[in-house]
Ligand binder design. Structure first.
Ligand SMILES: Cc1cc2nc3c(=O)[nH]c(=O)nc-3n(C[C@H](O)[C@H](O)[C@H](O)COP(=O)(O)OP(=O)(O)OC[C@H]3O[C@@H](n4cnc5c(N)ncnc54)[C@H](O)[C@@H]3O)c2cc1C
Length: 500
């Protein structure tokens, strides 16, 4: 039996523990898994919104969805409402919704081409025309009906969850399933022949293992000992490297929204994530343009002062990823492997991808350099893909009110593939095949279109089509949206049904 030691008990540490324990130890015990976390160094405690694929992670771990929601003060999320990312449109703040739902189909052409060719872009928003989630979002309805089974809804969904409570819940579940838990702070990491041979704690205990998983967050305590110059910084393309997070009471009279809001401010953007008992907010900003005091003041002003702030935290973000995620017998998972600003809530998803890949890459007795190389190549690809998708949100802006926004269109200069594609997408819609050869496991053409057309980057198409037929297609989608609204209920009301 191999011994595996996970250092760090944040979301990364416990998601890794619970996953590998389920895959390697169910029925037959193949691995001795220990999680060692510091009682003195807290977890980052942000990371409260997820993408919808995280649902499959929890489902495959056999976790009771309602229990998770209750334990972590969770709410359901159908997508992200982007606000203020362009100049006001007809006097109104610019807005678009990026749902998890795929665009609906119908008619003889693809739905996006039909939308442009029937003049849809002159009349309204893309997301409102091609999916049903936008109608739910506007009504404040959650994704599930009273009779929706566990992990299923009328539309795909992710979660808003309290990050600290989720880690505690996963810890409890992992320990119940046989994972060993130690509390100690690592003081020394010993390296021999390119491998970690031993870790020594502050209390003088010594531990060795066949494999070490570095889940120590931005510190990267173990991996940093194995190689210098192992970091690929993305700050040239993504200059926001600071954040201030504020937890506050739910504003009076409001109920939890079933979507995340990402509002562009003067030098970055603010998130609003509603949990069942409070709101998580924060400002991700370019620290070369704003001091932390200025950022917090701007965020507080944006939020208004009608509700009480419970806690405020300032965070330095290390934006980029490892060049090698797996070196010798040490693998990074979570923030130690890399981080891209949380605009699309991808932190937990990258953990999910990382442990999934790790599981298949460590099933043989022999871990060769080729196996490590494969893991490193795939993880690197996920990060590079994600970087381009996040840059897409910035580079199409027409905002010119601050130096930050005036520079935003040039961020694409650091993303060669995206820069070329944008030229192509001037004359055709974005489609699945455009992403051939990429690593896109998180964001596909479906997601690109919501952002491209939400940011009003429209292709110039000219073709005569049967307008009546297209109108029928869009009318059909409207009817589907109506019946989705009828079968669901206001999000706050649905959450009350979980309490019982
Ligand atoms: C501003 C911000 C917003 C974010 N928003 C989102 C979001 O909306 N959605 C999302 O999915 N992700 C988000 N993320 C990312 C998400 O927070 C992380 O991916 C996730 O929490 C995983 O963190 P972690 O476990 O890697 O690190 P941490 O939570 O930092 O955990 C590190 C662990 O290592 C331990 N440790 C450190 N040093 C030692 C030592 N010497 N000895 C022993 N133990 C040690 C600590 O005790 C702790 O248990 C966000 C991140 C930031 C910075």
């Amino acid at each position: 039996m191999k011994e595996l030691m996970i250092i760090g008990g944040g979301s990364a540490g416990w998601m890794t523990a619970i996953y590998l324990n389920k895959k390697f130890n169910e029925g037959v015990k193949n691995l001795k898994i220990t999680v060692l976390e510091s009682p003195d160094i807290g977890i980052i405690g942000v990371g409260e919104a997820t993408v919808h694929a995280v649902r499959y992670f929890f489902a495959s771990m056999g976790i009771d969805e309602e229990e998770l929601m209750r334990e972590a003060n969770g709410t359901y999320k159908t997508g992200i409402l982007f606000r203020n990312w362009m100049k006001p449109v007809k006097g109104e703040m610019h807005e678009y919704f990026h749902p998890f739902e795929q665009q609906q189909a119908g008619g003889s052409l693809d739905i996006s081409s039909q939308w442009f060719l029937s003049g849809g872009n002159l009349k309204g928003r893309y997301d409102e025309a091609v999916c049903i989630s936008s109608a739910l979002m506007k009504k404040g309805h959650g994704p599930k009906g009273v009779n929706s089974p566990e992990y299923q809804g009328v539309v795909p969904y992710g979660y808003h969850i309290d990050a600290v409570l989720m880690s505690k819940y996963l810890r409890k579940k992992a320990i119940e399933a046989g994972v060993i838990h130690k509390e100690a702070t690592v003081r020394e990491v010993t390296v021999k022949g390119g491998n970690i041979s031993e870790i020594i704690t502050k209390e003088g205990e010594r531990y060795n293992a066949d494999l070490f998983i570095d889940c120590t967050g931005f510190r990267g305590l173990l991996i940093e000992r194995l190689k210098e110059d192992n970091w690929d910084s993305f700050t040239d393309a993504l200059p926001c490297t600071k954040a201030v997070a504020l937890q506050r009471e739910m504003p009076k009279g409001e109920t939890p929204r079933p979507y995340t809001t990402a509002t562009a401010l003067s030098n970055g953007w603010a998130w609003q994530i509603d949990l069942s008992n409070r709101q998580g907010t924060g400002y991700v900003y370019d620290g070369s343009k704003l001091s932390s005091e200025e950022a917090e003041a701007e965020l507080r002003e944006f939020l208004g002062d009608e509700s009480k702030v419970i806690k405020s935290t300032h965070i330095n973000m290390k934006v980029g990823c490892r060049k090698e995620f797996w070196i010798g017998n040490c693998i990074t998972v979570g923030l130690s492997s890399g981080f891209i600003e949380p605009l699309e809530s991808t932190g937990l998803h990258l953990i999910n991808l990382g442990v999934g890949l790790l599981c298949t890459h460590m099933m043989s007795d022999e871990i060769t350099q080729e196996v490590r190389h494969s893991y490193n190549r795939l993880m690197g690809g996920f990060f590079q893909d994600l970087k381009q998708f996040i840059v897409l949100h910035y580079c199409l802006t027409d905002r010119d009110d601050t130096e930050f926004w005036r520079a935003a269109p040039r961020t694409v200069d650091h993303c060669e593939w995206l820069k070329n594609q944008l030229l192509v997408w001037k004359n055709k819609v974005c489609e699945f095949q455009d992403l051939a050869g990429s690593y896109s496991t998180t964001f596909s053409d479906e997601n690109y279109r919501y952002v491209l057309y939400g940011m009003q980057y429209y292709p110039k198409l000219q073709l005569q089509i049967n307008i009546d037929q297209s109108m029928r297609t869009f009318e059909n989608i409207k009817q589907m949206a109506k019946s989705a609204v009828a079968t669901t209920m206001p999000h706050g009301d649905y959450l009350k049904t979980l309490k019982g």
